[in-house]
Design a protein around this ligand. Sequence first.
Ligand code: ADP
Ligand code: MG
Length: 245
Amino acid sequence: MPDSVLRGRGLTKRFGGLTAVSDVDIDVVRGEILGLIGPNGAGKSTLFRLISGVMKPSAGTIELLGKPMTGKSPNAICVAGIAFTHQIVRPLRELSVRENVSVGAAFGRSPRASHAEVHRIVDDVLRFIGLADRADAEARSLTLSGQKRLEIARALATDPAVLLLDEVLAGLNPTETDRTLELIREVRDRGVTIVMVEHNLRAVRSLCSRIVVLVEGHKIVEGAPDAVLSDQRVVDAYLGSAAHA
Ligand code: ADP
Ligand code: MG
């Protein structure tokens, strides 16, 4: 695929007898917002864990900008330029908002020589994300929406080439949702390529240039949002999962 930033081939993750991710090929193109959707348990978060190095694949390969990433540590993959947010927010609760974001700045892609440099990056990210006025607050004092933005801020402070967002809209009210959608667009406009797992299909339709659908670990469809979301296999997968829920 032209201008591929991230490339996964044959990605597979087995947990005992369960194959959570099964032989998935994925290409992410520079500058796009790619949507990753599918029913609960489809393997979306597991695929993110494979890409970010949190889990090693049972089989398959991952390349970032043509360089092999398979089997590297999460830290090495972060330094190479892949950042991610957790589906369940997990800030360092006792630390301040600023300290949480500093962790990202200190461990990211561009080595920061000085405290002043880290400080500048963190200030910039906090302003961009709308948390500058809470910089000295304890992370645990933020609302859910604030903690979700802090997750994004920590990831952005690593200066990623690719940002993996796992259900960052879940639990937000409509106003917070719209604000976060705008923020995601701005992150993309800053030159960060984005892959987002999202259940809010209206949001996916408005943000994403392409969608990949996982069902029971398999990639079943990918393509333009309108075509994918009206595909009978996708409709059936969602209706099926709603019926089981
Ligand atoms: P999704 O994010 O699409 O809802 P997950 O990737 O979280 O799905 O999970 C895919 C499947 O893998 C589920 O059946 C889940 O129970 C299973 N799974 C995920 N993580 C583990 C794990 N660490 N150990 C065993 N099974 C897991
Ligand atoms: Mg998940």
